[in-house]
Design a protein around this ligand. Structure first.
Ligand code: DC
Length: 230
């Protein structure tokens, strides 16, 4: 095992709500690596666009978004109580807001915009430069970090993913129906895999993890095993 000598770059991609961030967070903790949630970055830009009234139904004011994008500062800071990274948008903690369903419903539109992706990919590469990182998203193994030491592609049955997401939002007190969640997941899968800019797809050298019937502990063990072989 070489993880003590070399700080690896680990890319985790996959469908929405299949537990990527749970496993990525746990893995980063065990290895003492930095965890970067790139979905949170797309969500933060979406929230920024919503707050600045740049989204009207299905229309986005692209010209204005392009002008304002350089003003969008996204950072992660550890919450000292939970020890978890939280997302900040221009200095404001937006970790809760970016997980709301109204943000989830709009994020695919924002993440399909080429100039938004260009900017965020640049930031993500900068964050990964020193190694010792676990980054999760949709295009990490294919576009952001094509030379990553380990690439995982996660998937799970849509109804299993919807059930997990439903429980999560209910626990946070959001009023949502299971059908609404199923629809959001199906819509996002469709948009993420069919969009022109960096669609979600498995990198040729990625290893598939279908976690439909696995606990988080089993998944972690499975990945650590792969890390140990590096
Ligand atoms: O992982 P998530 O559900 O929080 O991601 C939110 C959205 O951002 C999702 O609809 C796809 C998009 N996304 C992306 O296009 N590329 C990434 N690297 C990460 C997320």
């Amino acid at each position: 095992m070489s993880k003590d000598q070399k700080k690896l770059v680990i890319a985790i991609d996959g469908y929405s709500s299949c537990g990527k961030s749970t496993i990525a967070k746990d893995l980063a903790k065990v290895l003492n690596y930095i965890y970067i949630d790139t979905g949170a970055m797309y969500r933060a830009v979406t929230l920024f666009a919503m707050k600045n009234n740049l989204i009207k139904n299905k229309d986005i004011d692209l010209k204005r978004l392009k002008e304002l994008l350089p003003q969008v500062k996204i950072t992660f800071k550890k919450n000292p109580v939970t020890n978890l990274n939280e997302t900040y948008l221009n200095g404001e903690n937006v970790e809760k807001e970016i997980r709301r369903l109204d943000v989830s419903n709009k994020v695919s539109m924002i993440s399909a915009i080429g100039f938004v992706r260009e900017r965020l990919v640049e930031l993500q590469r900068e964050m990964a430069k020193e190694g010792g990182i676990v980054m999760d998203g949709r295009d990490i193994g294919t576009v952001v970090l094509p030379d990553a030491d380990l690439k995982i592609f996660m998937t799970a049955k849509p109804e299993v993913r919807a059930e997990r997401r439903y429980k999560e939002l209910k626990e946070k007190g959001e009023e949502v129906s299971f059908e609404e969640i199923m629809k959001n997941i199906a819509d996002r899968d469709h948009m993420d895999t069919t969009r022109k800019e960096s669609p979600l797809r498995q990198a040729g050298d990625a290893i598939v993890l279908d976690n439909s019937n696995m606990t988080p502990e089993e998944q972690l063990e499975w990945i650590i095993d792969l890390v140990n072989k590096k």
